[in-house]
Design a protein around this ligand. Structure first.
Ligand code: KIV
Ligand code: ZN
Length: 514
């Protein structure tokens, strides 16, 4: 079957949106999950934009780009030759490195931003592609603001960059201006008009300003595009990019209509979405397609009845297809005992008899106050929501030695306001040692009051979620952290608690620590 290349730009376009920035470790953790998801290309960063972005891209290329069956690792660069050199320095470690170079082709951008003529921009694009091709075969070119570019001029630039050696031609709707039918026609016309297009992959990169990013991407596929650029949870500049999970599941669920497929292991989608939310602290809205809390929820009694009898009645996808452990019923005050028992069972609580009676009463009390009762509500008796805020301290590096017959020790490096601080600690276990090392850096001493660890999903490779309660000099704060490495998750949870206390008493922190 005809295959669509999935190019994930969560770590570049997604990460550059305000509130979504990730440090190198977070990018690496996300990149590993993207590799498990089996995306074809990871755009890991824009190396010239900052030293940190360079380093993060380089680490992704080194650590994820060298795995078996690794995706291509791509870096973004403008058409300046120094940009391309820097980009290559970062991605060159990957088995399959890609340089993605771009320049705007719309008259608006040429006049106000670049202050260059059409001829100058065309030459710069060709020179850039040639320069990049001297480094690697896999070169992608994008005419930025394509949806508002003069069509004939843009096609001239595309023909020239193909001639110069570009292997992928990506058409961005940079400002999310396109409307599906018009966009589909534009893609079809590019197919007809641009010389050499049959030798390259045609790609699209759609923004969501008018809420059309996924529709535009799918329409482009119907008109010959064979690469889509997208992000987990649809994060990205302004209203975001096209959402990976929505495109992939639309292609899969409606294979009968689109007749194309992807390599994506859809069972990893939910984990990828949750990991990104955890890392960035930004959760998707409950009604978000595919990964929102309610995406597989059925509130109406008649729907619940149907789903309990046969899921096909109201479900076009199975939760398992995206790695969601089970179907989710939203319970409300009209839900009965059977629906509650069924949901609790799926959540891991097999209650019957008087236990179920008590749970049912508590549920009814809650349902009187709230219209819908979600999983989180049902589990609220045991969980305390910890909010992650702006990080003052960030984990930069962690090394732990632990095992039978050795004294556990840890070395930790933290970043604070652009500076890094490193220290070490020992303890009666690896978590204790990590916390001691963090205390040595900050000068604060937190007393661990409570610690819990749970896996966010099923499977041995699941992400571990740690929740802690820490007493800092009489003030008790909670913290949460997640990672596929539970020791790192513990460090993150401790730091999120520390950041909360640090924000409320930053003056005091200055006196006692870095
Ligand atoms: O939106 C855009 O135009 C981009 C390009 C760099 C592809 O992100
Ligand atoms: Zn973009």
């Amino acid at each position: 079957m005809d295959r669509v290349i999935v190019f994930d730009t969560t770590l570049r376009d997604g990460e550059q949106a305000p509130g979504f920035s990730m440090n190198t470790m977070e990018k690496l953790e996300m990149a590993r999950q993207l590799a498990r998801l089996q995306v074809d290309v990871i755009e890991a960063g824009f190396p010239i934009s900052s030293d940190e972005d360079f380093e993060a891209t380089r680490q992704v290329a080194r650590q994820v780009g060298t795995l078996d069956n690794a995706p291509s690792i791509c870096g973004l660069s403008r058409v300046g030759l120094a940009d391309i050199d820097r980009c290559w320095e970062a991605v060159k470690y990957a088995r399959k490195p890609r340089i993605h170079t771009f320049v705007a082709t719309s008259d608006i951008h040429l006049k106000y931003k670049l202050r260059k003529s059409r001829a100058e921009v065309l030459k710069a694009a060709v020179d850039a592609v040639r320069h990049a091709r001297a480094y690697c075969e896999d070169v992608e070119f994008s005419p930025e603001d394509a949806s508002r570019s003069d069509f004939d001029y843009m096609c001239d630039v595309l023909s020239a960059t193909i001639e110069a050696g570009a292997r992928t031609i990506n058409i961005p709707d940079t400002v999310g201006y396109a409307i599906p039918r018009e966009w589909g026609e534009r893609i079809a016309r590019i197919h007809e008009k641009v010389e050499g297009l049959d030798r390259v992959v045609l790609s699209v990169h759609c923004h969501n300003d008018l809420g059309q990013a996924v529709a535009n991407s799918l329409t482009a596929i119907m008109h010959g595009a064979r690469q889509v650029e997208c992000t987990i949870n649809g994060i990205g500049e302004r209203a975001g990019n096209a959402s990976l999970e929505e495109i992939v599941m639309a292609l899969r669920t409606r294979k009968d209509f689109f007749g194309v497929d992807t390599r994506v292991r859809t069972e990893e989608i939910f984990k990828a979405s949750r990991l990104l939310s955890h890392i960035t602290g930004v959760h998707v809205q409950p009604n978000k397609a595919i990964v929102g809390e309610n995406a597989f929820a059925h509130e109406a009694g008649i729907h619940q009845d149907g789903v309990l009898k046969e899921k096909l009645t109201y479900e076009i996808m199975r939760p398992e297809d995206i790695g969601r452990p089970s179907n989710k019923l939203v319970l409300g005050k009209h839900s009965g005992r059977a629906a509650l028992a069924s949901r609790l069972k799926e959540l891991g609580f097999s209650l019957a008899g008087s236990e179920l009676d008590r749970a049912f009463k508590a549920f009814k009390d809650l349902a009187d106050r709230k219209k819908e009762v979600y999983d989180e509500d049902l589990m609220a008796i045991v969980t305390d929501e910890a909010t992650q805020g702006e990080a003052l301290y960030e984990l930069d590096y962690l090394h732990v030695i632990s095992g039978t017959g050795v004294v556990p020790s840890a070395t930790v490096r933290l970043k604070k306001e652009g500076q890094t601080y490193q220290d070490s600690g020992v303890g009666d276990g690896p978590v204790d040692a990590v916390l001691a090392a963090i205390d040595a850096i900050t000068g604060l001493k937190g007393r661990l009051q409570d610690y819990s660890l749970r896996s966010a999903t099923s499977g041995k490779d699941a992400i571990g979620e740690v929740a802690m309660k820490i007493d800092f000099d009489g003030t008790v704060v909670s913290g949460k952290g997640a990672s596929t490495d539970v020791i790192e998750a513990s460090a993150r949870a401790y730091l999120s608690a520390l950041n909360r206390i640090a924000r409320s008493s930053s003056q005091r922190m200055k006196e006692v620590g870095p």
